[in-house]
Design a protein around this ligand. Structure first.
Ligand code: AHR
Length: 529
């Protein structure tokens, strides 16, 4: 394990945009914020200047035809050993309902750009068996198609985000799929009725392809912008309904992609996506999901923090062309990506999930609060059994991951009002990685309760955080904490409750100030009533 060195530097982090630093009369010399000692941090919650809505769609989930993400993880069909409803396993549905999943993105991912919707409708026994060329080269039975996906969405009480095929499909195929799903009348609506669903479905979100710079067609941004304009033209919602068109956006820091797409296609789209994965050690993913020391812990959390700078970079570009912020930035793929678990098909992207992933999730959810004026949707990759999953299954067994618990702890953020936070935190360093020790966000929930989400990245030391509430006087404080003795703690089928949220008693209130002791390596959610 690398020796940890700690710096007495301070991060002054305003979780509002843009970052502002007070200046002295001599404009060259910034007024230095007081330096919090290691093991302490200071936060001001600006309840007096409420920000934008923390859109519930930030909690969108992504379910791709990949590995056992759909087959086995969600869909079990008539397998009597696993109780199910309309083919979807009851245990997984119940767990996902607890998260109040607002939107599900489907069928990909890379899979979307070679998916032909007609192969997934009609009697299941007649559907063609294809090869999933992206993910493991295994057979894709097309058992889960449009009707089954819409069943899933309905069973979860969620909305549908369907990703269309720009890569090797035509605009006509895309237009007809939309008509099949949404039209109240016409031959395609009649075909839908014959297949069991007379009523049209709502398709509130439609993706104009996926990763057109890569698996979606290896396009240049200029070509992708032209195709986006063309395909989006034929995404037509029936009268009285609306489809939000989400263009396939940039990878990581490719600001040029964002610039070209928004400059050339802004009139045809409502949102532009961004994909950024936390890949410790870089591409291709090779770090273990479960075997790591403090160097990889810090490397991973520092990589997660990079989401903040990337969103700033892309929103700066978007602001040039869309200062009114009509077009959303939809970070519709994010999360950790490690080497697959030993013994699994490398094409299945099956990885375990530790306390480290919980910190990654909470850091992201805090960052999204800071950018909630532009970021209206994000989707963690993925829902079940793939990458940074909520849930892992193995046959009839199911386990909830630490990431699941973070999503549960943060669920009251949905559609609340962001309360900007100003954070002064020391840095945590390990090996070559440096990141603020404490991250935070605050939201006034729709129920009026103020929720404050906090993380402490330091794996060894607690952090005493002083939180000044400006514009609201906290009455009672309660909370939940997610932590464990080991950084590598995880839930398994044999020990499913090794990492579990517990009641948090580490906060006290005096006047407008809270004093909170965050345990080492923890996520804490406070509720102020
Ligand atoms: O989530 C796995 C894959 O990552 C998706 O299919 C693709 O869009 C991205 O590269």
């Amino acid at each position: 394990m690398l020796k940890v060195c700690r710096r007495l530097a301070t991060a002054l982090l305003l979780a509002t945009a843009p970052v502002a630093v007070a200046h002295a009369q001599d404009a060259q010399r910034p007024v230095m914020a007081p330096v919090p000692a290691q093991g302490t941090a200071a936060i001001t919650v600006r309840a007096d200047t409420p920000g934008p809505v923390y859109d519930k769609r930030i909690f969108t989930q992504f379910a791709e035809h990949l590995g056992t993400g759909i087959y086995g993880g969600l869909w079990v069909g008539n397998d009597r050993a696993i109780p199910s409803t309309r083919g979807f396993r009851n245990d997984v549905l119940a767990a996902l309902r607890e998260l109040r999943v607002p939107v599900v993105r489907w069928p990909g991912g890379c899979f979307a750009d070679e998916y032909h919707w007609r192969e997934g409708i009609g009697p299941r026994r007649d559907r063609p068996v294809k090869i999933n060329t992206h993910w493991g080269g295994v057979e894709e039975p097309n058992t889960v198609g449009t009707h089954e996906f819409m069943d899933l969405v309905e069973l979860l009480g969620a909305e549908a985000y369907v990703a269309g095929n720009v890569g090797n499909g035509t605009p006509q195929e895309m237009a007809e799929w939309i008509e099949y799903m949404t039209s109240p009348a016409g031959s395609l609506a009649e075909e839908r009725a014959r297949n069991g669903h007379p009523e049209p479905w709502a398709v509130p979100y439609f993706g104009v392809g996926n990763e057109l710079w890569g698996c979606g067609g290896n396009m240049r941004p200029e070509y992708a912008a032209d195709l986006t304009r063309r395909y989006a033209t034929f995404i037509k919602a029936p009268q009285g309904t609306r489809i939000i068109k989400i263009a396939a956006g940039a990878n990581n820091d490719d600001a040029n992609w964002t610039e070209v797409l928004i400059r050339e296609a802004s009139r045809q789209i409502d949102a532009l996506s961004l994909h950024y994965y936390t890949v410790p050690g870089g591409w291709p993913p090779r770090a273990s999901a479960t075997q790591f020391g403090e160097d990889k812990w810090a490397l991973t959390l520092a990589a997660a923090n990079r989401m903040d700078e990337l969103i700033t970079q892309h929103t700066d570009v978007m602001d040039k062309y869309d200062p009114e912020k009509r077009i959303w930035l939809a970070v519709d793929e994010w999360g950790t990506w490690y080497a697959g678990d030993p013994g699994t098909n490398p094409g299945f992207l099956r990885q375990q999930n530790t306390l480290r992933d919980a910190l990654v999730a909470a850091i992201h959810l805090n960052i999204f609060a800071k950018h909630a004026d532009r970021v209206k949707m994000t989707a963690i990759a993925q829902m079940v059994n793939v990458l940074q999953a909520m849930i892992l299954t193995d046959g009839p067994k199911m386990v909830l991951t630490p990431t699941y618990h973070v999503f549960h702890m943060y669920r009251d953020y949905m559609d609340g009002t962001v309360l900007p936070v100003e954070i002064q935190s020391p840095y945590y360093n390990a090996g070559p990685s440096t990141l603020p020790t404490v991250s935070a966000s605050a939201v006034r929930g729709k129920d009026g309760v103020v929720h404050v989400g906090l993380t402490n990245a330091d794996p060894d030391q607690p952090s005493t955080v002083t939180i000044r509430m400006q514009g609201v006087t906290p009455g009672a404080v309660s909370g939940m904490v997610l932590t464990a003795d080991e950084m590598t703690a995880l839930n398994t089928f044999d020990a499913p409750e090794a990492v579990q949220p517990a009641t948090f008693n580490g906060a006290t209130v005096q006047g407008d100030t809270l004093t909170v002791t965050l345990p080492a390596k923890s996520v804490v959610m406070l509720d102020l009533r």
